[in-house]
Write a protein that binds this ligand. Structure first.
Ligand code: FAD
Length: 305
C-alpha cells in the first residue's frame, strides 16, 4: 500500500538511493542485487535516472514498474525536457503517474550533442526545468517534485544571482525539494545553504553523495559536471590505481568522513549516487546508525571490484 512506501530511519535520518536503468541482463542482475540489499534500510525513496536526451525512456519506465511491483519502495522517476516536445514530455509524466509513480525528479537535461555543446530549448518543448516543474504540478498535483541544485553553480550560470534565481523559479513552480550535484568539500555545501536561506528559500537541499568507487572515473565525471575535486581529496586516492581492495577501504573512510561531518552540520537527509552498487553505500548507512531488520548478505563486490 501507499502508506508502506514511506521510509525514514528510526534515528531521524533519512536516505535515498539513485540508480540508473540497466542496459544488459548482467547489469539488471547487479541492480537488483543492490536494490535487495539496500531496501531493508527503508530509504525515503529510490530514484531512477533518465538517460541523456531521453535515451533510456523505456528502460527507466521498466525499472520503475519493476520496483513498484516487486518492492514496497517509493520510487522517484527522473525526467528531462531536452530534445522533446512538451506533448512528449507530458505523455511520459502521465505514463509515470498511471504506473503509480508519485515522485518525479524534474530536470532540463544536457544538450544531446554532449556536455559543452550550447543548450538550445526544443522549439515546441519545455525550455528549463522550472517549466517542467510547473507542468507536472498542473497535470498531477499529487506528485511530489524534486529538482537539482548546484553547490558550485551550474556550469552555465554566470553568477550566483542567476543560479539562485533559477532555484527560486523552480521552488515557485512547486518543487518540494532540491538534490545537489555531488561535491567533496562540505564548506561549499554550507556556503550554498547560506545563499539559499538569504534568498528566503526554505525547501530541503538534500546533499548528493557520490562514493568514489573508481577515482579516475569520478574525477572525469566531476569535471564534466562542474564539481571540483580538491587536491587534498585527490591525494587520498593517489597510488591506489592498481590496488582495488585498499581503494575500497579508503573510499569508505573518505565517504564516511564526509557524511558524518554533514551530520555534525545538521544534515538529516542524504541522497546517494549508488552507481547501482550497494556495499559501500550500505556501510555508510550503517555508520549513520541505520539498521535493517533482515540484512541481505554482502555481495562481495567490494573485494571483487
Ligand atoms: P535547470 O535548472 O533548468 O538550469 C540549467 C541552466 O539553465 C542553469 O545554468 C540556469 O541558470 C539556466 N536557466 C534556467 N532558466 C533559464 C532561463 N529562463 N533563461 C536562461 N537560462 C536559464 N541528467 C539527465 O540527463 N538525466 C538524469 O536523470 C539526471 N539526473 C540528475 C539528478 C540530479 C540530482 C542532478 C543534480 C542532475 C541530474 N542530471 C540528469 C543532470 C542535468 O540534466 C544537467 O545538470 C543539466 O545541465 C541541467 O539540468 P537542470 O535541471 O539542473 O537545469
Amino acid at each position: 500500500g501507499r502508506a508502506s512506501r514511506n521510509g525514514g530511519g528510526a534515528n531521524g535520518l533519512g536516505v535515498s538511493f539513485e540508480f540508473f536503468p540497466p542496459k544488459t541482463e548482467a547489469m539488471e542482475q547487479t541492480l537488483w542485487t543492490s536494490i535487495e540489499r539496500l531496501a531493508p534500510l527503508s530509504p525515503s525513496f529510490v530514484s531512477v535516472t533518465y538517460g541523456a536526451g531521453g535515451s533510456t525512456r523505456e528502460r527507466t519506465h521498466a525499472t520503475l514498474a519493476r520496483i513498484l511491483s516487486e518492492t514496497t519502495l517509493n520510487p522517484a522517476a527522473h525526467l528531462t525536457c531536452v530534445g522533446a516536445t512538451s506533448a512528449e514530455v507530458d505523455a511520459v509524466v502521465d505514463d509515470y503517474a498511471a504506473t503509480g509513480v508519485r515522485h518525479i525528479v524534474a530536470l532540463r537535461g544536457d544538450p544531446v550533442e554532449g556536455i559543452g555543446a550550447t543548450y538550445r530549448p526544443h522549439p515546441g518543448g519545455y525550455a528549463y526545468s522550472a517549466d517542467l516543474v510547473a507542468a507536472i504540478r498542473a497535470r498531477h498535483p499529487e506528485v511530489e517534485v524534486s529538482v537539482s541544485a548546484y553547490v558550485e553553480r551550474h556550469p552555465e550560470s554566470p553568477d550566483w544571482s542567476t543560479e539562485i534565481d533559477n532555484l527560486k523559479r523552480k521552488v515557485d513552480a512547486g518543487a518540494n525539494r532540491a538534490i545537489t550535484q555531488f561535491f567533496f568539500d562540505n564548506d561549499l555545501y554550507s556556503a550554498f545553504l547560506d545563499r539559499v536561506a538569504a534568498a528566503g528559500l526554505s525547501i530541503p537541499i538534500v546533499p548528493g553523495i557520490v562514493p568514489v568507487l573508481n577515482f579516475t572515473q569520478t574525477a572525469k565525471f566531476a569535471q564534466k559536471a562542474g564539481a571540483s575535486v580538491p587536491p587534498w581529496f585527490a591525494a587520498r586516492f593517489e597510488g591506489l590505481e592498481d590496488d582495488p581492495s585498499t581503494r575500497q577501504l579508503v573510499a569508505a573512510a573518505v565517504c564516511a568522513e564526509q557524511v558524518l561531518d554533514l551530520v555534525d552540520r545538521g544534515v538529516t537527509d542524504f541522497h546517494f549516487y549508488t552507481m547501482n552498487r550497494a556495499d559501500l553505500v550500505y556501510a555508510i548507512c550503517h555508520l549513520l546508525g541505520m539498521r535493517s531488520a533482515k540484512p541481505a548478505p554482502a555481495s562481495g563486490e567490494a573485494v571483487a571490484a
